[in-house]
Design a protein around this ligand. Structure first.
Ligand SMILES: [Zn+2]
Length: 329
């Protein structure tokens, strides 16, 4: 496409490959940031990079929902069921009583499930508000970042960075710290939206998982692999199926092509509202959104299976281990 002819521009050094040049990819109506793509590794980012204050304004008070719950009850029950399956995956092969850290643990739903299985669970969270109402068995530290949380070296058997890395200003520093606090051979599980997926490429600026400007970096799968290797991890497996993320991403990304349905409108509709707050949008828009959700679900599921077959999941999770033969990052 015309992309190759677009002028390179200077940006701050890429946290994956160090390149200082990027190409404009697209703009999103109503937002001050363009998405640019690293000339070296394809990592996407908003340009200019928003500062912490600007980003904070986009985490509305209800981003995390009421304590202990984030969605409407039916959706919440589904989220919890998927969560239980999820925690079984996370703990597969982990020795009994193992020590697990969830980075960006929020309200600690995953930690609660892992505690049920007898693991020693720890969490670090930037927002005290978000961690309110979390499972009391989870030892949660409130800190601006993983480094500041100050865990001892070789302390954990497993570290989870689940849909958090893309929110961080220093993903490389965070992974290096994760390696330091993992015991040699310990396991790391990282999930991110996949900027090189079919869903991302086909829907472009409408892609639901761009989530600007909360997502500061958009990782193509190859860039995530490079970053893991560069911080002393060896990748063991890559997973392209997520029932929780990927079908919904298809529906919402396609709906984002229709301005009448409001950007991320379906997500906002399903999101639990604070007590007494009226539902979003007018009745007609709400009915339209529910209809598209029901009609779109089977197609979205089929596309999600296609993504798995093509190893191109809209979100991916990688299992890696602390590689004791790699030099410290
Ligand atoms: Zn790069």
């Amino acid at each position: 496409m015309a992309e190759a002819h677009r002028a390179l521009e200077r940006v701050a050094a890429c946290p994956v490959c160090g390149a200082e040049q990027a190409r404009p990819r697209f703009e999103i109506e109503g937002l001050a940031w363009r998405v640019v793509v690293c000339s070296g590794c394809g990592l996407g980012r908003p340009q200019p990079m928003p500062d912490a204050k600007e980003v904070r304004a986009f985490y509305e008070d209800d981003y995390y929902g009421e304590p202990g719950t984030k969605f409407q009850p039916v959706i919440e029950a589904l989220v919890r069921w998927v969560g239980a399956r999820h925690s079984a995956f996370l703990s597969r092969g982990l020795a009994a009583g193992g020590r697990v850290l969830d980075v960006g643990c929020g309200r600690g739903v995953v930690l609660g499930s892992l505690a049920d299985q007898g693991f020693e669970v720890h969490g670090v969270e930037i927002s005290a508000e978000a961690a309110r109402g979390a499972d009391p068995r989870a030892a949660i530290r409130i800190a601006p970042g993983l480094v500041e949380a100050g865990y001892p070296e070789a302390f954990f058997d497993e570290v989870l960075i689940w849909h958090v890395l893309e929110h961080l200003r220093d993903p490389r520093g965070t992974l290096a710290e994760a390696r330091r606090i993992l015991r040699p051979g310990g396991r790391l599980v990282v999930a991110v939206p996949n900027f090189s997926s079919l869903q991302a490429r086909w829907t472009g600026a409408a892609w639901f998982h761009l989530d600007l400007p909360r997502h500061l970096y958009h990782f193509p799968l190859s860039a995530l692999r490079d970053l893991l290797r560069g911080t002393g991890f060896a990748v063991d497996s890559e997973h392209h199926f997520s029932l929780r993320q990927n079908p919904f991403g298809w529906i919402q990304s396609v709906l984002n092509f229709f301005p009448r349905l409001q950007r991320d409108g379906l997500y906002r509709l399903l999101h639990r509202r604070s007590q007494g707050q009226p539902p979003p949008f007018d009745r007609r828009t709400r009915r339209r959104l529910w209809t598209w959700l029901l009609l779109g679900a089977p197609i979205a599921l089929a596309l999600t299976v296609l993504e798995v077959l093509l190893r191109s999941g809209a979100t991916v999770h990688l299992v890696a281990h602390h590689d004791r033969t790699a030099p410290d990052a």
